[in-house]
Write a protein that binds this ligand. Sequence first.
Ligand code: CU
Length: 72
Amino acid sequence: MQTTTIKIKGMTCMGCVNSIKTVLNNLKGVSRAEVSLDAAQAIVQYDPTDISTHLLKETIIDAGFEVVDEDE
Ligand SMILES: [Cu+2]
């Protein structure tokens, strides 16, 4: 299990937080996703054999938000 922090742009309310939380938690390989509006980030615990950070980010983008890309 690994943990990654993903910086997110575009969240404005708890509805945004909850929708990102839901899509992340529904992904196979994600064991836990915590999303913070104040910190503008998601902290995701995932199994790298099932899912990549790339797909995690893609999922957030597909949900209508922006990911601030940092070097990994
Ligand atoms: Cu919102």
